[in-house]
Structures are given as structure tokens and as C-alpha cells.
Design a protein around this ligand. Structure first.
Ligand SMILES: [Zn+2]
Length: 112
């Protein structure tokens, strides 16, 4: 999940592990993560083209033990991809490009 958490000195958007509740951050000891979603991506009959019918919940989890916990909890076969690839795809689908990333990096440099 994505949450806003207080990370001294700011409130920051963070990707939170759905298994352990800790941020997924390469800078901490828990490390990198995966995005996981149900493998059944079949569309209900007659719903092809309906944007409200074709969606699945996405889980975020640290690689390894947390990833396995999510698979056990959901109880069905999950597809997955690395969090960095998943977020890059999300940015692409939200219409964000390299120029937006550079502008946001410049914005965040003012806070560090
Ligand atoms: Zn975790």
C-alpha cells in the first residue's frame, strides 16, 4: 500500500509492506520489494472494455519472507514484478515522463 508517513522532518509518501507494515526502502535493512497481484486476470463475460471491471488489488511486500506471507494470506496464485519496474510502469501509465522525474528530484533536493 502507499501511505503518507512522517519521516523527519517531513510527511512523505512511502510504499508500505502489506505483510509487515514497514516501509519498503532500499536504504533500510529490510531492502527492496515486489508488487504482487492475483494471476487470474480473466475478464467477466461481457465486461471487456469496462474500466471498472478490469482491476485487481496490488500488494506490496519486501522480497523473501514478506512476499511469501502475502502469497499464503491471499491463498491464490499471484503474479509479481520488482517494485522498481512496477513503479516505473505506474509512472508511465499516469503520464509521467523523464522531465517530471527530473523536476520532482529538483523539488526534493530543496528539502534535503
Ligand atoms: Zn515486509
Amino acid at each position: 500500500m502507499i501511505e503518507i508517513r512522517f519521516m523527519e522532518p517531513e510527511w512523505c509518501p512511502m510504499v508500505i509492506c502489506d505483510a509487515c507494515g514497514c516501509p519498503i526502502d532500499r536504504r533500510n535493512r529490510l531492502g527492496d520489494g515486489n508488487a504482487l497481484w492475483p494471476a487470474d486476470t480473466s475478464m467477466p463475460e461481457g465486461k471487456i472494455g469496462d474500466p471498472m471491471a478490469g482491476h485487481r488489488r496490488v500488494y506490496h511486500a519486501h522480497k523473501g519472507r514478506c512476499d511469501l506471507k502475502i502469497q499464503e494470506r491471499v491463498g491464490e496464485h499471484l503474479l509479481w514484478e520488482g517494485l522498481s519496474e512496477h513503479l516505473a510502469f505506474l509512472f508511465h501509465n499516469a503520464g509521467f515522463g523523464q522531465e517530471d522525474l527530473e523536476r520532482s528530484e529538483e523539488y526534493w533536493r530543496t528539502f534535503s
